[in-house]
Design a protein around this ligand. Structure first.
Ligand code: NAD
Length: 431
């Protein structure tokens, strides 16, 4: 939790997506002055009129409350000149081979370098985007140095501060982090960041820059492993008619094993786990390592959603012309984000089988429609239930616990208790 703030800092947030906006608005709430920078003018305009460009619980209220403490612009130079510290929060997506694409981070670094050229203040640049170990010092530092003509750790500060927020809980997580990791080299930058994070009452770990980069990857890889592990045990349990959720309740009681996150189901999606595990695999291969566990984590994850189709076909062998309901399109509840959602391979497989799809999600329809315009989108979850021959539960939105599943064939990828109790035919993907 957060204690009271100390002194006001002028902070630039470069890249106003899920991470950037939550970080910026969070620091505004703590009393700092924020300027958001983005290349996307739509986001800049929305931020300037206090409208959240993304859905995140509690964000809109916090934006309204702190109106006046932040503004947004596309102009790097002006924004950086008027600030002491810049967080780089641009996306670092996967390339075709799994490695991370640094094009946004590189163009951002270039702009930072240019803006720092005629700036005589000691400006601190903090990489918050997830980048593979070595990136900050080997890729970002030389670009800023070249463009600015200045020396890192002397003329300007440079640090790596990985972000651990969970989409859907991001505002809560900003104020209540489990830990804060700060990778730094020079004392001046270290003290600026210690001051900034002073109000947070949680363990703070100061490390080398590349160690901080690795902590983020190791954390996400471990969480992804927990899910694939739960799924593998779940698949075995299903054959043995053992309830995997009971099993992990028992497993989690061991104090060496934290009980959370053993979520057996159809696997993980989102903009982070798949991308980060792949990037770590690529990086280790580049180093001559063969990361067998990481590869297996991804393999289990890719197979798992297709189990829903296998189960469905046991009850409806020919899906051609059948109307299949899909409940949930977001990669997890409480977000509108569909990046790497398990709904994508499921909808693809259903379309290949010739099924007609009727889908619903409380927040993610607009984002999903861009990829699948041919799908019919319902106005409500009830509509999906009444109009379909069978229902697949893909995301565990809370409101799906309140539907009437009686008389339906339900294939459940997320363990919705109400469906378990009521459906005429109910199949859990690994329970
Ligand atoms: P996002 O795609 O939502 O946002 C990135 C933003 O950067 C976009 O608004 C884009 O327009 C902007 N941008 C791109 N190039 C730019 C440039 N040159 N100058 C200014 N703005 C630019 O991404 P995100 O989900 O916020 O993730 C950002 C980073 O944080 C990634 O490295 C990600 O791995 C990491 N991360 C994400 C999460 C999460 O839950 N989303 C959690 C922890 C870490």
């Amino acid at each position: 939790s957060v204690l009271t703030r100390h002194h006001t800092m002028k902070i630039a947030i470069l890249g106003s997506g899920y991470v950037g906006i939550v970080t910026g608005i969070g620091f505004a709430e703590l009393g700092h002055e924020i300027v958001f920078i983005d290349v996307d003018e739509r986001k800049v305009e929305m931020l300037n009129s206090s409208k959240p460009p993304i859905y995140e619980r509690g964000l809109e209220e916090l934006m309204k409350k702190n109106r006046g403490k932040y503004r947004a612009t596309t102009d790097y130079r002006e924004a950086l000149e008027s600030s002491e510290l810049t967080f780089i929060c641009v996306g670092t997506p996967s390339k075709g081979d799994g490695s991370i694409d640094l094009k946004y981070a590189e163009s951002a670094s270039k702009e930072i370098g240019k803006a720092l050229k005629n700036n005589d203040n000691f400006h601190v640049v903090v990489v918050k985007s997830t980048v593979v170990p070595g990136t900050t010092e080997d890729k970002i530092k030389p670009i800023i140095e070249k463009e600015s003509g200045k020396k890192a750790f002397e003329d300007f500060g440079l640090a790596m501060n990985p972000e651990f927020l969970r989409e859907g809980n991001a505002v809560y997580d900003f104020f209540n982090p489990d830990r804060i990791v700060i990778g730094v080299k020079d004392e001046r930058t270290k003290s600026v960041l210690e001051e900034l994070y002073k109000p947070f009452d949680c363990p703070k770990l100061i490390t080398e820059i590349k160690t901080a980069e690795m902590i983020k990857y190791a954390s996400n890889a471990f969480l992804a492993t927990k899910i694939s592990f739960a799924n593998e045990i779940g698949n075995i349990c299903k054959k043995l008619r053992i309830d995997v959720y009971k099993v992990f309740e028992g497993v989690g009681l061991d104090h060496r094993i934290n009980p959370s996150f053993f979520r057996a189901g159809i696997g993980f999606g989102g903009s982070c786990f798949p991308k980060d595990v792949r990037a770590l695999i690529r990086k280790s291969e580049e180093l001559g390592e063969n990361p067998k566990i990481l590869k297996a984590v991804m393999e289990v994850n890719e197979r798992q959603p297709l189990k829903m189709i296998e189960l469905l076909k046991k009850h409806i062998p020919n899906l051609r012309g059948k109307k299949i309901g899909v409940l949930g399109l977001a990669f997890k509840p409480d977000t509108d984000d569909v990046r790497e959602s398990r709904a994508i391979p499921i909808v693809k497989a259903l379309l290949e089988e010739g099924a007609e799809i009727i889908a619903y999600d409380p927040k993610a329809i607009e984002n999903f429609r861009k990829f699948f315009p041919q799908v019919e989108y319902a106005n409500s979850a009830e509509d999906v239930i009444t109009k379909s021959d069978a229902v697949l539960i893909v995301t565990e939105w809370k409101e799906f616990e309140e539907l009437d599943y009686s008389g339906k064939i339900v294939i459940d990828g997320r363990r919705v208790e109400k469906a378990m109790k009521e459906a005429k035919i109910y199949k859990g993907v690994c329970w």
